[in-house]
Design a protein around this ligand. Sequence first.
Ligand code: NDP
Length: 272
Amino acid sequence: MPTDRYAVIGNPIAHSKSPLIHGLFAEQTGQAMSYERILAPLDGFRDAVMRFRAEGGRGMNVTVPFKLEAFALAHTLSERAARAGAVNTLIFHADGVIEGDNTDGAGLVRDLLRQGAKIAGARVLLLGAGGAVRGVLAPLLAERPARLVIANRTAGKAAQLALDFTDLGTITGCGFDALAGLSFDLVINGTSASLSGELPPLPDGLLAPGAVAYDMAYGSEPTPFQRWAEAHGAKLALDGLGMLAEQAAESFLRWRGVRPSTAPVQVALRKA
Ligand code: NDP
């Protein structure tokens, strides 16, 4: 059987778990495909994508720092990619069209619901206003939270982001100092603070009784935000490994037309 080629492209790329995840998905669903890592030079993203496609590649995942370049390179965009302003999945169609999609937000929502978080009717707080937060706003608002607040170190970025999505639901943006006295049912950390062992300044009382806390970052140990949430009474303090597996499953579905099961893959990721 011929083997279809896929790859993840980024810089750096050696740490990427995507080859492990997609290898397990392919095995589980019996798809004849290979999945490799491609390290592109910082000024060589387009060339590397075009080379892979010319060699018969069928699709790619795109990671840091190329998601905006992938957005610009795609001939057509899914609605969620257009809203996100970034692309993490490229689909090379047979007629030559390169489609850009963004599966990060769908992955987050799927993982939240799978792990028992309630979004519909909930008061939701998103910390951060970078690429990851922009990417998840439309899928989160589609679940109809009662309100969605974005809080960021640079308050103006949160306010602008809220303005960009105001047509999709009740959404506001502010700085961390404006959170005093507010409480939420779901708090999602979309800052990169955890990557440097830091925690945004969060007031006591932020978590309502029974609240769920979710850090998009993940590691071998609980993140500072997960530890903070546990110490402040969160019902669940989750990390972003489930989001990683779910966004990959969503890409796999776009490429192969089959949705793989993420549960066994998450077990393998935890072990790895
Ligand atoms: P960006 O660089 O685009 O944005 C970073 C954000 O974090 C900004 O809002 C920045 O604030 C804020 N920030 C950085 N350091 C601190 C700090 N010490 N205290 C408070 N705020 C801080 O990053 P991304 O949006 O791409 O990624 C954010 C996180 O999401 C990362 O941890 C990343 O690993 C994770 N992620 C996880 C995924 C998954 O599948 N699980 C997928 C994608 C991302 P300011 O604007 O003021 O600079």
